[in-house]
Design a protein around this ligand. Structure first.
Ligand code: NDP
Length: 244
């Protein structure tokens, strides 16, 4: 039996890109999905698709910058399925721009979603995972959590923070909670659509010419989950072969 089968998995940012791809792959392997994001129609479509294919999924709108909404998502998982095995802390955004552009609202947004949203997720599932003496938190960092590149100081800062959070969870796991930090390179999703700075958008479009498919990251997430309980996959970097 696959270690994925029957597991209750919460995914934030499930309405597109990596979250959506992971949801489909895990559902096909028998996971019970709890899908969260802001765009309800997209979540509904995905949940319907999963259910029609014979899988199990519920959805709930969540803005991860609101702690109460993240807690409500975790509660929905417990109410429906009785436990929480995995949280995929995936919601994130990347509005790149040089610091001199002073896009301070975008700095705030990245810090709120990419860092605070991730911490709210951890806070929402940790008590349940402690009660269960088991759980698995998978955080989406980035290659930008390992190297800093021009126009990405704040985005990189948030992804370095995610990496630190993942390592902190691992160190404090008491041998009960698995922690996986996943660092993708360029993956073809909607992530670059929200870059408002023209030169940064062009730079990203250039880098994303060689972007790989979301399924590559869905496979990495699946790999981490399907390891036996005593095996904790802590760190994965998945880049396009052509990415420098
Ligand atoms: P997408 O833009 O396709 O997906 C981002 C997801 O995050 C959407 O489902 C969006 O849903 C959700 N989201 C954004 N803001 C919020 C919010 N406030 N509350 C709840 N959900 C929110 O991009 P990706 O799939 O590529 O991104 C997923 C993660 O992977 C991000 O953390 C990103 O930084 C990371 N990553 C992606 C890489 C890539 O090249 N694609 C490379 C490295 C890391 P909605 O708008 O409906 O709320």
């Amino acid at each position: 039996m696959s270690e994925v089968n029957g597991k209750v998995v919460i995914i934030t940012g499930a309405s597109s890109g990596l979250g959506e791809a992971a949801a489909k792959m895990l559902a096909a392997k028998g996971a019970k999905l709890v899908l969260g994001a802001r765009r309800e129609e997209r979540l509904k479509q995905l949940a319907d698709e999963i259910t029609q294919a014979g899988g199990e999924a519920i959805y709930q709108t969540v803005d991860v910058t609101h702690r109460d909404q993240v807690e409500a998502l975790a509660k929905a998982a417990k109410d429906k399925f009785g436990r929480i095995d995995v949280l995929v802390n995936n919601a994130g955004l990347m509005p790149l721009a040089p610091l001199d552009e002073l896009k301070i609202d975008e700095w705030d947004q990245m810090i709120d979603v990419n860092i605070k949203g991730v911490m709210y997720g951890v806070g929402a599932v940790l008590p349940t995972m402690r009660e269960q003496h088991a759980g698995h938190i998978i955080n989406l960092s980035s290659v930008a959590g390992h190297v800093v590149f021009p126009g990405a100081a704040v985005y990189c800062a948030t992804k370095y923070a995610v990496k630190a959070i993942s390592e902190g969870i691992r160190q404090e796991s008491n041998g009960e909670i698995r922690s996986t930090n996943i660092s993708p390179g360029a993956v073809a999703t909607e992530l670059t659509d929200h870059i408002s700075h023209k030169d940064s958008k062009e730079m990203a479009d250039d880098l994303y010419n060689d972007a790989i498919d979301s399924d590559a990251i869905a496979r990495a997430i699946t790999f981490a989950i399907e390891q036996p309980g005593e095996v904790d996959v802590n760190e994965m970097i998945i880049r396009p072969t052509k990415q420098e």
